[in-house]
Design a protein. Sequence first.
Length: 395
Amino acid sequence: MELFLWTETILIELLLIGTFVALALRQLNLPYTVALVLVGLAVALPHSSEVNFAPELILSLALPPLVFEAARRINWDELRQNLIRVLVLALPGVILTTLIVGGILNLFTPLVWPMAFVFGALISTTDPFAVGPILRNMGVPKRLATLVDGENLLNNVTAIVLLNIVLTGMLTGQVQLLHSLAESIRVLVGGVAVGLVLGWLIYRLVKWAQDDLIETALTTLLAFGSYLLAERLHVSGVLAVVVAGLINGSLRPSGVLNGFWEYLVFLANSLIFLLIGLEVSVLALSNAWQSVLWAIFAVLVARALAVYGLNGLLQPMTERVPMSWLHAWNWSGLRGAIAVALVLSLPEEISEYRELMILMVFGIVLFSLLIQNATLQGLLRRLGLENKSPDQVEY
């Protein structure tokens, strides 16, 4: 009972801090996620006792709202028309990123081969929620927004499956390629099946009910329930949430529903970015500055090779993508809440390297939010991709 009350107290304190940060930002021109990272550093300064949450608790609380809301906002018909490019970046692209990041970090940081690949897999996840609003507000071409949103959403599925394979192989000392491939297919197909069944069921119930509050309750049950059921069946919970979100994205727009899901995303971001503040020591971060810089360099190199290289191979076979789009696509690969949640959820068996990987993820997220996020709008303007209608400007 005391453990439960202690956990609840910590969560309420984090929510309180996040709320006051949001209130303070009403007077400052600073993105909320950036402020959370900076406050997370400040929170880390006074804490003296180590705070540990169960890995399953972090993932089950944070992943469903972030992934479901991102999937809910994607138009399936537009995604289907660009699915080949999205899947190439979300499948081979994630594997390529994992190998490149793992190779560089093994050479230039203390991470040994297995741990370097673990880090490469978890940092392959890009933020499915941070970039979408920027692209929509800037009025970029709809196809470009679909490509970026679709890849940012689906690469999380691949990265999490790959991360589990690498972790399992490292902890058991056995890597059987054919068995891992068959297991991955089972996990992915099972996740799709759970998402399809529950997503279609909730979709029909919502269409029948025609009530905002019932729709809100049902979609909440769908997001968390599809994740939990899939994980109980040992299939991909993230993919189940993605599929369920895509199916229910075609529901009528509702101000109540949109506001509720924005609130849940606010809660998830607050929880994750402030939790990492309890894990990070500013002194340790400064001592590991070389590893952090190598991690940022590795992520940028891997991202560029994946976006430019794989899209270059696809240019003769599919509808061409302008080079200006590739520049925007490359710079849109922000790392955020999901990468943080994954590194915080790493098992204690790898405690020797866990702190270093948390520091490197924190450094990469800082770079994403303070540099990439801050310069993305300017880049889109310089590339001539801003295309707001007069009505949008007036609004």
